[in-house]
Design a protein around this ligand. Structure first.
Ligand SMILES: Cc1ncc(COP(=O)(O)O)c(C=O)c1O
Length: 405
């Protein structure tokens, strides 16, 4: 999986001395810079060690409690529903639309009940959407919280994703648009008071582990063999930093912590370069759109140029039994890193199901069985070499479709 989408090796190395300025300075500076990007008061930006912790904070701030229901899209990462039970509320999964990556508004409206207190609005892969005014007006007791984990700096009709509903949570985990190794923030709705509490710090050892893992990811994006060796060494030394099995397999909620100092430093450097990163990724998306258009059976979702894609998704016309094997085959054929996100309705496959029963969300199940993605990483140049790789990808997809016709 190609990650650290917006970080160069030079930025990684050269930003680290910034830790000498200390965490208070770096966090305040990041908070101010994010506030200036979104054109909001810095008090509305709350930094955390993850998007999931930011989501839990928004649930608490909206007063979600026993007996409430929180609607979660049935095409999400397990760490999102994990945060709901500690509030006392119950998770309810709602299917995504038949042809899209996000909700169908009529299906969502049919699922809203008297108990619904919060709807988590997906913006999968960074494709930003807005809840229609009629739906918000009809259900004034419901708060719509954006899961903007995939869509940092995406826009919807000229508005920054996260700025137009009842709060949003963003992720800076390895694989996201900006990468701090881990990290996230809540964009609080106007007028909401920030929570007054000191969060525990991520330990120094864990910050070293973060850096070691992130370095392996950076190498993988540029020199796959070196990346694999580095990752193997990091794993051997027990330095890989990732979500615990308790969260993924057992559905445990995540205890919130403060944004690590190293993450703040790395994020500030990427943020300073955001306009150039967005331009580069738009060029990648345009090339992917043109290449995939050669195969009308392959579904993809060309979206507005204001979309900050986290990966560029495409789907086959029928279910693929072994997606990982097909991704390896396509990657080998074209030299691009083909991903399998999301490989289940509740990603990753094998994670805790909460109340989900097979068949509950047929559109999402079909999408999870057919969807693949292309990298949106600044290490991938938008040039003639990429075009050649894309021609090979299209040929490989074409022959797979013919074999399985
Ligand atoms: C759609 C979605 N929402 C939320 C999250 C959680 O973000 P974080 O890992 O920063 O908690 C993730 C993934 O990691 C995700 O894919």
């Amino acid at each position: 999986m190609l990650t650290a989408n917006s970080l160069t090796i030079w930025q990684f190395v050269s930003s680290l001395p910034g830790v000498l300025l200390g965490r208070r300075h770096q966090r305040l500076a990041l908070q101010r810079e994010l506030a200036s990007l979104f054109n909001v008061s810095p008090f509305r930006i709350e930094l955390f060690d993850s998007g999931r912790a930011a989501f839990a904070a928004l649930l608490a701030a909206h007063g979600v409690q026993d007996g409430d229901e929180v609607i979660v899209p049935a095409f999400t990462c397990v760490v999102v529903p994990n945060q709901v039970p500690p509030s006392g509320a119950r998770v309810r999964f709602v299917d995504i639309s038949r042809d899209g990556l996000n909700f169908d508004w009529l299906t969502l409206e049919a699922a809203i009940s008297r108990r619904t207190r919060v709807v988590v609005v997906p913006h999968n892969f960074g494709v930003a959407c807005e809840v229609p005014t009629w739906l918000r007006e009809k259900h004034r007791q419901v708060r719509f919280i954006d899961d903007a984990a995939h869509g940092f700096a995406s826009q919807c009709e000229g508005q920054w994703l996260g700025s137009y509903h009842d709060g949003a949570f963003f992720s800076f985990e390895y694989s996201k648009n900006l990468s701090g190794g881990i990290g996230g923030f809540a964009l609080l709705p106007e007028g909401m008071l920030p929570p007054q509490r000191e969060l525990p710090e991520v330990s120094c050892l864990d910050q070293w582990r973060l850096l070691a893992t992130l370095k392996a990811h950076l190498y993988s994006a540029r020199w796959p063999l070196l990346g694999r060796i580095t990752m193997a060494v990091v794993r051997r030394l027990g330095l890989v930093y990732r979500s615990s099995d308790a969260e993924v397999v057992d559905g445990a909620p995540h205890p919130a912590r403060a944004l690590p100092l190293v993450s703040a430093v790395l994020l500030r450097r990427q943020l300073a370069n955001l306009p150039a990163v967005l331009r580069h990724k738009q060029r990648l998306a345009a090339r992917y759109q043109t290449a995939l258009a050669a195969l009308p059976q392959i579904r993809h979702w060309p979206a507005s140029p204001d979309t900050h894609w986290v990966r560029y998704p495409f789907a086959l016309p029928y279910r693929v039994t072994d997606k990982a094997a097909l991704a390896r085959r396509l990657s080998a054929a074209c030299g691009l890193n083909i991903g399998v996100w999301f490989d289940d309705v509740i990603h990753p496959a094998g994670s805790f199901r909460h109340c989900y029963e097979s068949g509950d969300a047929r559109n999402a199940e079909k999408l999870a069985a057919t969807i693949f993605n292309l990298p949106m990483n600044i290490a991938v140049a938008a040039d003639a070499t990429l075009d050649k790789k894309l021609i090979k990808l299209v040929q490989a997809l074409d022959s797979y479709l013919k074999e399985n016709a």
